[in-house]
Design a protein around this ligand. Structure first.
Ligand SMILES: Cc1cc2nc3c(=O)[nH]c(=O)nc-3n(C[C@H](O)[C@H](O)[C@H](O)COP(=O)(O)OP(=O)(O)OC[C@H]3O[C@@H](n4cnc5c(N)ncnc54)[C@H](O)[C@@H]3O)c2cc1C
Length: 425
């Protein structure tokens, strides 16, 4: 392995794999440093315990205030466990910041194969929900997904990783980058950037055999919004770590005799109509694993029978009120405004579920899967995603200006493409 690289990219998720691929396509010399393993077997709850971040005895990680924080440490990052939802978000906000992503969005949508979920994949429960929503004057539409629908076997287990490889993940782009000559170090955790005379010189961290130091002309941090700010803080950029959002959501589960929602890709439909005014979206969703329901809703969640279970996720664009500290602690509360958005969504979700005959509702704990905002443009990075340390860039959800309240992968991928182009032109 070489000692000195033109580019080191930290993390191989949505942002990291995309920018590494773009740089490799332009003939640049790239090393990807990835804390997680390349997982050969994915797709079951048991598998997922290896890569989802947990604390203590297999309990999910939470903020100090008790909000569950879901993310994975693995090659491909959290894209591997996504629901494959691919919608544009924050395009106008990036435009206002001088970053025009239109061309990158189009390219990404083509490459990822994004198209609306076909009716044939919907469960009876979601079909009924779509009709009930329409009768009530609401608008549930097919969710656009980066999923090869012909390979989907309707197991409902997208969030454990797809064992049929039906879903686009950052591993697709990582494979392209490696085929183009990039190299990768798995199970190697970056801790800080080496900085001299205001310029980045490489990274320090820990690999399988202990301490590692890698020299580089350019470093791009893409370790995700809970880790990138820690690396920045360790590198002298104390301004990182504030403004954390997680797109706080709750799942409203209910029991409906004769309806089974388990056999469909999660979040197959979506209602966006309240997003701008009330700050929430609704999407049919149940957790097929009782243990996951136990984690998010306690005994009541565990006791609910999966074969009669129906549910809707209420996802909000929450306040960027959280913070990541240098020792890894995360503070993220549900603010009064967040609670208002959640309550508004739960009310409509229960109305729709009630209309299809569901009852005995259980609302889960607040949780988040879209962590971001901890190194935003204008505070920690400039309009080229560069920090005040020269040639030290950030390209992951940390730079998103505020909570999207919508799936962010497509936007992060577009941003990775944009940065790759900006760095090589
Ligand atoms: C269960 C679940 C479902 C989701 N579903 C969707 C969805 O359907 N659509 C959507 O748009 N979004 C979805 N998301 C959110 C989406 O996955 C994330 O917003 C997105 O992956 C963030 O991209 P990123 O590049 O910031 O981080 P990631 O994709 O998480 O990548 C970060 C990478 O850095 C690595 N890493 C971490 N620390 C270090 C370190 N110190 N050194 C080196 N490497 C490190 C990690 O292992 C990982 O590979 C979902 C998330 C979860 C958890």
């Amino acid at each position: 392995m070489k000692k000195h690289w033109e580019y080191v990219v930290v993390g191989s998720g949505a942002g990291g794999a995309t920018v590494a691929r773009e740089l490799s396509m332009m003939g640049r010399e790239v090393l990807i440093v990835e804390a997680g393993r390349y997982e050969e077997h994915i797709g079951t709850f048991k598998d997922s315990l290896r890569y989802f971040e947990t604390t203590g005895y297999r309990t999910p990680r939470t903020s100090e205030e008790g909000v569950i924080l879901w993310r994975t440490i693995m090659a491909g990052g959290s894209t591997v466990v996504s629901c494959a939802n691919g919608t544009r978000c924050l395009q106008e906000e990036f435009n206002d910041l001088g970053i025009d992503l239109e061309g990158e969005f189009r390219k990404a949508e083509r490459e990822m194969g994004i198209s609306p979920t076909p009716k044939s994949l919907l469960s009876d429960a979601s079909l009924s929900m779509g009709e009930a929503a329409s009768d009530l004057g609401y608008k549930m539409e097919p969710m656009p997904k980066f999923l090869d629908f012909s390979k989907c076997v309707r197991c409902g287990c997208c969030t454990f990783g797809c064992m049929r490889a039906a879903k686009w993940t950052a591993l697709n782009y990582l494979a392209d980058a490696l085929a183009l000559g990039a190299e990768v170090l798995y199970e190697t955790e970056a801790h800080e950037a080496i900085v001299r005379d205001g310029k980045v010189r490489g990274i320090r961290g820990r690999g399988k055999k202990g301490y590692v130091e890698i020299e580089a002309d350019n470093v791009i941090l893409a370790a995700g919004a809970l880790t990138t700010p820690i690396i920045l803080q360790n590198s002298g950029l104390q301004c990182a770590g504030k403004n954390l959002f997680v797109d706080t959501f709750v799942n409203v589960h209910g029991i409906a005799e004769g309806l089974n929602q388990a056999g469909e890709p999660p979040m197959a439909l979506v209602d966006h109509e309240f997003h701008d005014e009330k700050g929430f979206i609704l999407s049919p969703h149940i957790n097929v694993s009782r243990t996951v329901r136990f984690m998010e809703a306690g005994r009541k969640g565990f006791m609910m029978p999966t074969d009669k279970l129906v549910g809707i996720m209420v996802k909000t664009a929450d306040d960027a009120s959280g913070r990541v500290y240098p020792d890894g602690r995360v503070s993220k509360a549900v603010t009064r405004e967040d609670q208002k958005r959640i309550n508004g969504g739960v009310e409509v979700a229960e109305e729709i579920l009630g209309k299809i005959g569901a009852g005995r509702f259980v609302v889960s704990k607040p949780q988040g899967t879209h962590v971001g905002g901890t190194a935003t443009i204008g505070t920690v990075v400039d309009g080229y995603l560069e920090t005040k340390v020269r040639h030290l860039h950030v390209c992951d959800a940390s730079v998103l200006p505020h909570a999207p309240g919508l799936p962010p992968i497509l936007t992060i991928v577009a941003l990775g493409k944009w940065l790759g182009k900006a760095l090589t032109h």
